[in-house]
Design a protein around this ligand. Structure first.
Ligand SMILES: [Zn+2]
Length: 117
């Protein structure tokens, strides 16, 4: 009876660890990252009009990669405001793990065809 309990405990922990490893291989998003919450908060940042093509995946469960397109209004200045935008986005991701964030900034286009990127 005790052996069955020990075996069950070991099996449970092995399956939990195995699933975590499979998630890393599948490049799934970090467990504590909530995409809709992130996007909603990011859209409220100053001069940010839209967020799209957001991709988040974990490299090893602790280091995460994020790439996204940020549509900014036409008064946005790369020289003086880009670092602030990046810092603001870093504050919106969970504090567990480390995020490497790549941003493609885009200005709002007037032609409907130019919305596609
Ligand atoms: Zn885009």
């Amino acid at each position: 009876m005790l052996a069955c309990l020990v075996a069950s405990f070991i099996l449970y922990n092995v399956s939990k660890t195995l699933w975590g490893t499979i998630e890393v291989f599948l490049q799934s998003a970090p467990k504590d990252f909530n995409e809709s919450v992130f996007v909603n908060k990011a859209k409220k940042l100053q001069k940010v009009l839209d967020i799209h093509d957001l991709h988040v995946w974990s490299l090893d469960g602790e280091k995460h990669v994020m790439s996204l397109h940020v549509v900014v209004d036409n008064t946005f200045s790369f020289e003086s405001e880009f670092d602030g935008l990046l810092d603001s986005l870093r504050l919106l991701v969970p504090t567990t793990g480390k995020y490497h964030i790549t941003i493609q900034t885009e200005f709002l286009q007037k032609e409907p065809e130019a919305d596609k990127c």
